[in-house]
Design a protein around this ligand. Structure first.
Ligand SMILES: Cc1cc2nc3c(=O)[nH]c(=O)nc-3n(C[C@H](O)[C@H](O)[C@H](O)COP(=O)(O)OP(=O)(O)OC[C@H]3O[C@@H](n4cnc5c(N)ncnc54)[C@H](O)[C@@H]3O)c2cc1C
Length: 389
């Protein structure tokens, strides 16, 4: 076996470039200073502070991957993933605000928009306009292409009618990617993606959900009533919306993996600090081997989740296939997040069960990881299809 010198050794998966490391540190500091002080109140009130979103824009967090020519930060997908993780460590609601903006909305525009659409919308999305991504409907969840929302061609425009459900960021958003079918008989080949501005006649944002977790992140219904959308606002091609949806969601799943990783890290850090402080039987509970082993197991799971997130994001940036890894990442990280959050709550004993400590919020916030952007069963379906092909 030949010796491997430091020069030709393959870098560890978790290695960061200098630029990434500096970005990570700055993002962590931002999250601590700007998000942490408001996380508990935003959760209690179920409202995301507008001033905070303004700061996300000011600091470039809403256009991380958008090229500088459109006013964006010109970073990589990996950097967006780092930011989602750092925000979610402090508050998973903040994590999903930038996750949807970067991995779904900006990503879909960068990939599918024509130059005129990019020139019009990307500068807004990086400057002051929150975006939302509207696929789900009351009767089209896991069966995402069974859409009832209808787009009827009418000269140089389409007239949209229908309802969308569960739309993240909808309360704050100014631009919506809305999926509708031009003809339900065509099945998935009828699905078309539209760019809809909030002030379009016939378009309105409806009821906001009162949720178990990520309570500060808005989740609303959208209502389309004879809503005229110019043909110029079709994203991609008519009838190719399913490709827009599938390909952006593949990337989005890595984002949710990062959200769940950040959440697990946050919960674990709190539990470790508490275990060192809390005394029983004359000792900090961290002195007891059972607690040590519990924390060690959870830390191992967080490490495994990190490797999956980092690898999937690196594959994406390297333009290598990543669909299987993205589905596995979301599936695994959401399991890790729930388990870590639940066991960390137990480290706090009875105190963990109260709202005086952050443990219960992490547990509530963790549940969504197994549901949105495709439930865990849907991830398993994708993984199974790929490994059995
Ligand atoms: C907080 C929140 C935010 C969201 N944000 C957005 C958003 O921004 N944009 C958007 O478009 N959507 C969004 N969603 C919707 C989300 O993607 C859907 O809720 C999700 O895809 C599941 O769909 P459903 O709720 O209709 O559940 P269903 O599809 O009805 O699933 C119910 C159960 O049945 C299981 N199931 C369904 N089909 C199968 C099958 N074939 N095999 C095995 N099991 C199956 C599921 O795994 C699940 O356990 C959000 C949802 C929530 C709760």
């Amino acid at each position: 076996m030949s010796d491997m010198t430091a020069a030709n050794a393959i870098a560890p998966l978790t290695a960061l470039t200098e630029e990434e490391r500096m970005f990570q540190v700055a993002t962590r500091e931002f999250a601590e200073k700007e998000i942490r002080p408001h996380a508990e109140q935003m959760d209690r009130e179920g409202v995301f502070r507008h001033e905070l979103i303004d700061k996300f824009f000011e600091q470039g967090f809403m256009g991380l991957e958008v090229p500088e020519t459109y006013g964006g930060s010109g970073g990589s997908f990996f950097m967006a993933i780092l930011a989602i993780e750092e925000f979610s460590r402090v508050d998973p609601s903040a994590g999903v605000v930038i996750d949807v903006q970067n991995t779904l909305v900006n990503n879909a525009l960068q990939r599918w928009a024509n130059e005129a659409q990019k020139q019009k919308f990307l500068p807004l999305l990086v400057r002051d306009t929150v975006g939302a991504y509207a696929l789900s409907e009351p009767n089209a969840g896991s069966d995402a292409f069974a859409l009832a929302a209808r787009a009827r061609p009418d000269g140089d425009r389409f007239i949209l009618n229908g309802r969308k459900l569960w739309i993240t960021n909808a309360k704050e958003a100014g631009l919506f990617i809305v999926f509708a079918t031009i003809d339900p008989e065509l099945g998935y080949k009828g699905i078309t993606a539209f760019l809809i501005e909030r002030d379009t006649p016939g378009f309105s944002v409806g009821k906001k959900e009162d949720k178990l977790g990520i309570r500060a992140s808005s989740t609303c219904e959208l209502i389309l009533e004879d809503c005229p959308v110019p043909r110029a606002n079709v994203l991609g091609e008519v009838g190719k919306g399913y490709k827009v949806a599938m390909e952006t969601l593949n990337e989005g799943r890595i984002g949710i993996g990062a959200q769940m990783l950040g959440l697990a890290r946050g919960a674990l850090e709190h539990a470790i600090a508490y275990a060192k402080e809390r005394k029983q039987f004359g000792h900090p509970i961290a002195d007891f081997q059972a607690v040590q082993f519990q924390l060690a197991r959870l830390a191992t799971e967080v490490e495994a989740a990190r490797l999956m997130v980092d690898n999937a994001a690196r594959l994406k940036d390297a333009r290598l296939p990543f669909m299987k890894e993205a589905a596995m990442t979301k599936y695994f990280c959401s399991q890790v997040a729930e388990r870590v959050a639940s066991e960390c709550l137990e480290v706090y004993g009875g105190y963990g069960f109260t709202k005086d400590y952050p443990a219960e919020k992490y547990l509530r916030d963790s549940k969504i990881g197994k549901i949105y952007e495709g439930t865990s069963f849907m991830q398993l379906q994708t993984i199974a299809k790929l490994i059995l092909a």
